[in-house]
Design a binder for this molecule. Structure first.
Ligand code: CTP
Ligand code: MG
Length: 236
């Protein structure tokens, strides 16, 4: 009855704009991938760690291979979903629970990994870290011909949450959900933006645990600057 953690790090980091894979970008002297692996090691809840890396990037493969966790390394795909699927393909036979984590959330604290794992051990089939939403969110029209979209509704903000990773799952059920999605047409497949959504689509309940400010996804240059300041505030 073991837990695995898959760290997806195969993206290119186009919006960050460093010209290197985002997981290789340094933050306070360590790469984003190393920061993520450090916190997974501190959490101490995984029997297997899988790092999903871009093809043909020796630098990142080197950093992963030399990390004390010695993650199992697999090559990612064209989309995040493809990369998750590649990681799932490397799960060991005894794995009962799997956490899927974005290397881009390099500063997610060990406690979040532990809380997600604890919820799974308590019987949840799917669990995600969430934060309340600060902005008011509107839905809008998306017809390609229109000059500017117009508002179609305002979901009640108290019912909305922003979603982070690691997302934790019962491994056999998540594998079944991924197998079902493998046959979907492109439009339907592209609408899937996280793994919890696949579980929702097969009728599984998704539970939540509290997310953290440090769990922010480093997407753009200002996000990296914010992460730098969080890191220097936490290291004396
Ligand atoms: N990811 C992945 N394989 C892909 C695309 C994304 O493993 N084909 C991973 C990224 O490495 C990241 C996480 O999914 O850890 C979230 O993706 P995102 O923040 O969008 O990262 P990138 O795709 O690298 O960035 P961008 O979209 O700006 O190119
Ligand atoms: Mg991306």
């Amino acid at each position: 009855h073991q837990t695995a953690i898959i760290v997806v790090a195969a993206g290119s980091g186009t919006r960050l704009g460093y010209g290197i894979p985002k997981a290789l970008v340094p933050l306070g002297g360590r790469t984003l991938l190393e920061h993520a692996l450090d916190r997974i090691q501190l959490a101490g809840c995984a029997a297997q760690v899988i790092a999903v890396l871009p093809e043909n990037d020796e630098g990142l493969a080197d950093h992963a291979a030399h990390h004390p966790l010695h993650p199992h390394i697999v090559m990612g795909g064209a989309t995040r979903t493809d990369s998750v699927r590649a990681g799932l393909g490397a799960l060991g036979p005894d794995i009962q629970r799997v956490l899927i984590h974005d290397a881009a959330r390099a500063l997610t604290p060990p406690e979040t990994f532990r809380e997600v794992t604890a919820a799974l051990l308590a019987g949840a089939h799917a669990v995600i870290p969430v934060l309340p939403v600060i902005d008011t969110i509107k839905s809008v029209t998306t017809d390609p011909g229109a000059l500017q979209p117009h508002v179609t509704g305002t979901p009640a903000r108290q019912n909305l949450r922003a979603v982070q990773t690691p997302q934790g799952f019962d491994a056999p059920i998540l594998l079944a959900a991924h197998r079902a999605a493998a046959h979907w047409d492109q439009d339907r497949a592209e609408a899937v933006t996280d793994d919890a959504m696949l579980m929702e689509m097969i009728g599984e309940r998704v539970d939540t645990v509290p997310g953290t400010a440090q769990g922010l996804k480093i997407t753009t240059a200002p996000d990296l600057a914010l992460a730098e300041s969080m890191l220097s505030a936490s290291t004396p």
